[in-house]
Design a protein around this ligand. Sequence first.
Ligand code: HC1
Ligand code: SF4
Length: 581
Amino acid sequence: KVRLEIDGRPVEIEAGKTVLDAAREVGITIPSLCYLREINEIGACRVCLVEIEGQRSLQAACVYPVAEGLKVYTNTPRVRKARKRVVELILSDHSRECTSCIRNLNCELQNIADNLGIRRIEVQGEAHQIPVQENNPSIRHDPNKCIHCRRCENICAKVQENCVIAAQNRGFDTIIAPAFSRDMGDVDCIMCGQCVLSCPVGALTEKECIDDVWKALADPEVHVVVQTAPSIQVTLGEAFGLPVGTKVTGKMVAALRRLGFNQVLATDFAADLTIVEEAYEFLHRFQAGQLPFFTSCCPAWIKLVEHHYPQFIPNLSTCKSPMSMFGALTRYTYHQERNLPKEKVVSVAVMPCTAKKYEAARLEHGYDGRPDVDYVLTTRELVRMIREAGIEFSELPDEPFDSAFREVTGAGTIFGATGGVMEATLRTTSWVLLGNGTGQNDKVQPAPIEFREVRGEKGLKLLHVNLGEYDIRVAVAHGTGNARRVLEAIQAGERIDFVEVMACPGGCVGGGGQPILGGRDHKKVSLDYRHDRADALYDIDSHKNLRYSHENPVVQLLYREILGHPGSELAHRLLHTEGYQ
Ligand code: HC1
Ligand code: SF4
């Protein structure tokens, strides 16, 4: 530990930390823009300048190491003047369309400019006019808003290990873009949206489809069905001022009804269906020795495999994601039962994910010549719609999902956290292999419900799961950097049977379409918020009566009355990518 003084206040902190860390320990906020803990600590933006006794020039607090006896001043006239000038310089070449910017009131630059009391920009210089890139199916890139903080570059390079975007050119001509300034639609971007989450301003955003959804909702001839991913119910509330991890399932449903959706469904139901299909497929491949077997619900993970590890494409489950399964299923049942013409049903999904926009547009995520899902809204887009409609979210009553597929089990809900798909699959797999202790399966050992070892923040977990006579080697990875480690281990000859990958750190709770917690509260710009969101999902699961996907009575009914059995011909046509027409 070292002892230092910040603005006359004593601080004790471990050696190796920075002045910025030390200031935060004692509740002093030093503004910062480019800093992202453990990911981007490069002192590039100079917004965090402080005065240090004995030093002639001001220093960037985010990279200045603490030392015994250091005396730091964070609020002197010289510091304030320098910070103002730095921010003015950034603003002088920033497209200042704040009122019409997607990040209006949730922009770190806007927030800092406000806190520093910048009322006029005295620096008059050249400003960029660069075309906005919109060819990536999920991500919009407006370089005129970019402040070159390099957060996106480093999250893509260090966490996702994709290295899609980086600084091109030099000096004033610097632009953050793919190599040779190619279009983001022409490169191997997996559309995870982690760069969007890390962007402090509005340079990287999702491609919105709000207008299309409003249009469908306004058409009285059209039946608009919406499904919400498992994680939305534990993140949506944050955008309306509720603490991270607040469960708002009922209010979310009520808000969607008030927006005019004709039917509101939980993707969690389709997650149960996915598990039954996937567990069946896994067992089949396990017995046939066709391993390893990879989960397939994360579209950014699929894209990573396709671009960089195509030799593993046959290892991916052929199951569609729950989102697409539900889209296909609702289209099919509407057509069969309500006789609604296909074009009169519009299928919308609210997802925590930017890559789902791309997934929905993929040919094999369609049925009978129509996409399974027409429009994918991110959590943030849903927030904007709720605000636009003037709905007071916090005052909404709790309402239940529509009855058709209302039944969901805890297994379907935990999909939204890293390890959730693995745990849900293991629940059903173990039930099949071990029986449930009631003798139904001629087996004696009761099947476990919880597999806590696959949960949690560790980026890569390699584990043995013993199910009676079976030893299943599983890997759970989140963040594509960790996914690469799994694939490299397999390539190096390690035996791994079953792999779950979620491209976003934390799984869908940390998805690229989730609320961005930057803006007003710097303390929240850390990795911790993902745990709180995941805990909320596990809490929902622990309170459910039904926690095995195969016990979902509506899933059972579906197999009895429509699909036949898991892996049936119709199941393949509707629910698997290889069955598309
Ligand atoms: Fe996910 Fe999934 S859990 S991919 O992580 O399999 O996006 O939340 O909806 O489809 O169910 C996302 C979340 C989501 C799908 C499910
Ligand atoms: Fe990199 Fe993901 Fe952003 Fe694409 S979407 S540039 S892969 S972080």
